[in-house]
Design a protein. Structure first.
Length: 345
């Protein structure tokens, strides 16, 4: 009996010594990991460090008590081996939980900083999902180790999972669409976009929806699934320049060369008198079609800031009206000739 106690004490002491050495090595590796650019090594050491030390100590205790015969083979309904295996599985689950939660939190924060997206809710939901999945799996494994029938539990969990998935399919769809938006980055906060029929500036990027402030200063909340399933026009990318098209119409018989000269003169004056119109690409005038009541054309020019589109159109249109009148150029309006036929009675 005394020899068994001495053997158990030596085994446990060796376990503590090895655990101390392992802790020192992990501490040294953490210092080295701090000097690297990646965060993955820090996350692995953080997740493995403490559970590994505890695992070594428990392993030494397990060897000591089983080899020395100090503990009976069965403790109540369960064997000693089952209990020890359950403890090791719990330690492994602890390490996995710390690893994945730290991984999601670290890289989720970095992704949020790079994309300027509000990913706090997504990160929080992912952390909860990961923890529940890991510990539920551990719970099932423990039931299997202790030879408890889990068939009914698995069936109930499957039915519950299907019911939850059907009830929350819109929420889940918007959630994953939010992840796609955060990684694909079709727009950023402050960008001016057109999504479906909505036009305005992006003021919010959330886990479930995207918020746009329209030109009428109204907040429109669009589900992320609708954002990913529609064409998105981003006026802020690759830069803030915008091509402005000014349509015009003149009466038949008008000298188009004179019209072109007047319109290009207006564009040149806009470059000098407004801070928005760019000299390059150069403005251009096009005769687009022969309309019902006149010749229809278009003046195109570029501005340096998309938010000044309406101001530019207003300035140009006022100058067109003024100079066409001064030059005797008629702006036509729709005319309809009505002929009445008189029938004999």
């Amino acid at each position: 009996m005394i020899e068994d106690l001495i053997y158990a004490a030596i085994t446990v002491a060796l376990g503590f010594i090895i655990a101390g050495i392992a802790w020192g090595i992990i501490w040294w590796l953490k210092k080295k990991a701090e000097q690297t650019t990646t965060h993955l090594d820090d996350i692995i050491l953080m997740a493995v460090g403490t559970p590994l030390v505890i695992w070594i100590v428990l392993l030494s205790i397990y060897i000591a008590v089983t080899q020395s015969g100090l503990v009976p083979e069965n403790l109540g309904r369960f064997s000693t081996g089952q209990i020890i295996n359950a403890i090791f599985i719990l330690l492994a689950a602890w390490a996995l939980s710390v690893f994945f939660t730290t991984l999601i939190r670290t890289y989720g924060t970095l992704l949020a900083e790079r994309t300027e997206a509000d990913l706090d809710r997504i990160i929080h939901i992912l952390l909860i999902v990961v923890k529940y999945v890991i510990w539920f799996a551990v719970f099932l494994i423990l039931l299997h180790i202790f030879e408890i029938d889990i068939t009914a539990l698995l069936a109930a969990a499957g039915i519950a999972g299907i019911a939850v998935a059907l009830a929350a399919q819109d929420i889940i769809g918007n959630f994953f669409a939010g992840i796609v938006i955060a990684t694909d980055k079709p727009f950023r906060l402050g960008d001016r976009v057109r999504i479906d029929t909505f036009f305005g500036d992006v003021v919010g990027l959330g886990a479930r929806s995207t918020r746009i402030r329209t030109m009428d200063s109204q907040i429109v909340t669009i589900p992320n699934s609708k954002v990913t399933s529609n064409v998105v026009i981003n006026y802020s990318m690759p830069d803030t320049t915008l091509k402005v098209r000014i349509p015009f119409s003149v009466a038949y018989g008008t000298d188009m060369d004179k019209v072109t000269e007047i319109l290009l003169a207006i564009a040149r004056d806009a470059m000098e008198k407004t801070p928005w119109v760019l000299p390059e690409p150069a403005p251009a005038v096009f005769l687009r079609e022969f309309g019902e009541s006149g010749l229809n054309g278009q003046l195109t020019l570029w501005i340096n800031e998309y938010s000044q589109q309406w101001e530019t159109e207003d300035w140009i249109n006022r100058e067109i009206l003024k100079r066409f009148r001064a030059g005797g150029i008629e702006i036509p309006f729709r005319q309809i000739d009505i002929r009445m036929r008189q029938t004999k009675e």
